[in-house]
Design a binder for this molecule. Structure first.
Ligand code: SF4
Length: 291
């Protein structure tokens, strides 16, 4: 098991409140990493010795711009490749976009801009276009992350997954399949995750909301050594038989049909939170904002 990517959810807050957001990003969310937390996380990543990429994402990491830039500088100084994921709300014009991006030039190896019909009213937003042009002028590698939607199928690269807010907002009027048919996790390598997310509370996630410990309570090196997917109360059943097995193992009563594996998985986890609150955390990722 080799961890090569550590993605920092710098904040759960966001300028937008997209229906498809895995982590319930919102202007009203709570939870943001401070400079000391970032330093701590970067040091732990360095101690592990296998991490190559550090990403800053959220929520919207540009909301905490000075903290993000400091984190990017530190990560680059420590020899990590650095990525950022943003909705580019800050790119109101080309000159503005250049100013926002200038401090990141030479430090960031991947600037990913989320732009699609969930984020904006056009697939490639005006802001994304300004960010793209400014990044090109500054020599910053930029890619667009675009999730397909019913209005935009076939022209985008990402698949919509019905977890987080999507599992509550987007599942009406779409084809559904019997719950027993979701017998594997189609998206995450739960046995050997190459990248994981760490949130502002320190929780380490193999999929958003499924945690394998807390980096503020125990060092990443120990958490990684101790990770045993076959004995994890949520991951073990997922590996044996996907979200259907997770539901079976805990005697849940799923409804007849679900939009996809993530929809069943997320809804099953919601009903297991009280029993497994240590691993199904934090509240923010389950749509509870004041937790
Ligand atoms: S099935 Fe569950 S663990 Fe797999 S990607 Fe979907 S939500 Fe995550």
């Amino acid at each position: 098991m080799k961890l090569t990517g550590l993605h920092l959810l710098l904040t759960f807050q966001c300028t937008l409140e997209c229906d498809h957001c895995f982590v319930w990003g919102s202007p009203w969310q709570t939870g943001t990493m401070g400079v000391q937390a970032i330093e701590n996380i970067l040091r732990q990543a360095q101690d592990l010795g296998t991490v190559e990429w550090i990403y800053f994402e959220g929520g919207e990491p540009f909301l905490y711009y000075p903290v993000m830039v400091r984190g990017v500088e530190q990560a680059a100084r420590l020899g990590f490749k650095v990525g950022i994921v943003t909705n580019s709300y800050w790119a109101n014009s080309l000159p503005d976009a250049r100013e926002w991006l200038r401090p990141l030039a030479g430090l960031v190896d991947d600037l990913s801009v989320s732009s699609d019909l969930y984020h904006w009213d056009e697939r490639i937003s005006r802001q994304a276009r300004y960010a793209q042009e400014a990044a090109a002028q500054l020599g910053l590698p930029l890619g667009i992350i675009s999730i397909s939607s019913p209005e935009d199928v076939g022209d985008t690269e990402g698949t919509l997954m019905y977890r987080g807010r999507a599992s509550e907002k987007l599942v009406e009027n779409i084809p559904q399949a019997p719950w027993e048919s979701f017998s594997e996790c189609p998206y995450e390598d739960l046995r050997d995750p190459g990248r994981v997310h760490v949130d502002p509370l320190g929780y380490l996630h193999v999929c958003q909301g499924i945690t394998i410990g807390n980096m503020f309570a125990r060092e990443l090196t120990h958490l990684w050594e101790a990770y045993d997917p076959e004995s994890h109360p949520v991951i073990a059943p997922l590996l044996r038989g996907g979200p259907a097995e997770l539901s079976r193992q805990y005697g849940l009563s799923p409804r007849e049909a679900y939009a996809d594996a993530c929809h069943l998985c997320y809804q099953a986890r919601l009903s297991l939170r009280e029993k497994l609150n240590e691993v199904l955390a934090p509240d923010q990722v389950y749509g509870i904002f004041d937790g």
